[in-house]
Ligand binder design. Structure first.
Ligand code: ZN
Length: 240
């Protein structure tokens, strides 16, 4: 299939206020993610919280095959009407990739219907992501696992509905495990939750992380999917 047009959405606040984070992501996390997609030949737009309509106008969403969501400290500042619009777009077929702390974002919790709470610890631990669905398009080109040297720990329990496909499980040296790559079908839309991230580690420059986000963008795009028809139906064969 052709490459999707991906819109990368970022809160883009702490990159402006925190020197440590600014040094890692001087042009914002959204720009680093977009650059990674560019390495894989995928075209992007970006949108941020403090733009009008959070950058997610109908004009932008009409063009968007897949929306990537990065938020952390300002989930509450996202207008309900915009979160509802994103949810509606996903049900109509827009792909959604929710990264890391986006587990608490309004679009994701609305689509999951659960608290999406989890355990966490910020101690610069190694993360080992095990591929557990080896034929899935999101893991194409990876080895049986990959590692991130410094990560924030997320651990089970993760209060999400059971994923339609679980692609990765993460292990952390403190003993926890986590469902770190979760695929869902909702309406015509495909959703991928991918755990790696965190604003104080340079994780969106990581080759494997960029590879997964690019694969996931292609997977989540609707493409030429059939259009479902609902309601009263005439029989396709004569009924006796
Ligand atoms: Zn984090």
């Amino acid at each position: 299939m052709s490459q999707p047009l991906v819109t990368v959405w970022n809160e883009f606040r702490h990159e402006k206020t925190n020197e440590t984070i600014r040094k890692i992501y001087p042009k914002g996390i959204h720009t680093a993610i977009a650059d990674g997609l560019g390495e894989h030949g995928i075209e992007t737009l970006t949108a941020t919280l403090d733009e009008p309509e959070h950058g997610l106008t109908d004009e932008v969403l009409d063009k968007t095959d897949v929306l990537i969501w990065w938020g952390h400290a300002a989930h509450g500042a996202v207008e309900d009407a915009i979160a509802d619009k994103v949810k509606a777009r996903v049900l109509q077929g827009m792909g959604l990739i929710v990264l890391h702390s986006g587990h608490y974002s309004k679009p994701f919790t609305r689509l999951m219907g659960t608290s999406c709470s989890l355990k966490w610890r910020e101690a610069g631990e190694k993360e080992r992501l095990w591929v557990i669905e080896h034929g899935h398009p999101i893991v194409e080109g990876l080895g049986e696992y990959f590692e991130i040297e410094q990560a924030e720990m997320y651990g089970e329990p993760f209060d999400i509905p059971e994923p339609d496909t679980l692609v990765f499980i993460s292990w952390f040296p403190g003993g926890e495990v986590f469902r770190s790559g979760c695929c869902y079908y909702r309406g015509r839309g495909k959703i991928f939750y991918f755990r790696p991230g965190h604003e104080t580690y340079p994780i969106y420059y990581d080759k494997n992380v960029r590879h997964v986000i690019a694969n996931a963008s292609r997977w989540a795009a609707l493409g030429d999917a059939p259009v479902p028809v609902f309601g009263n139906a005439k029989p396709l064969e004569p009924l006796s």
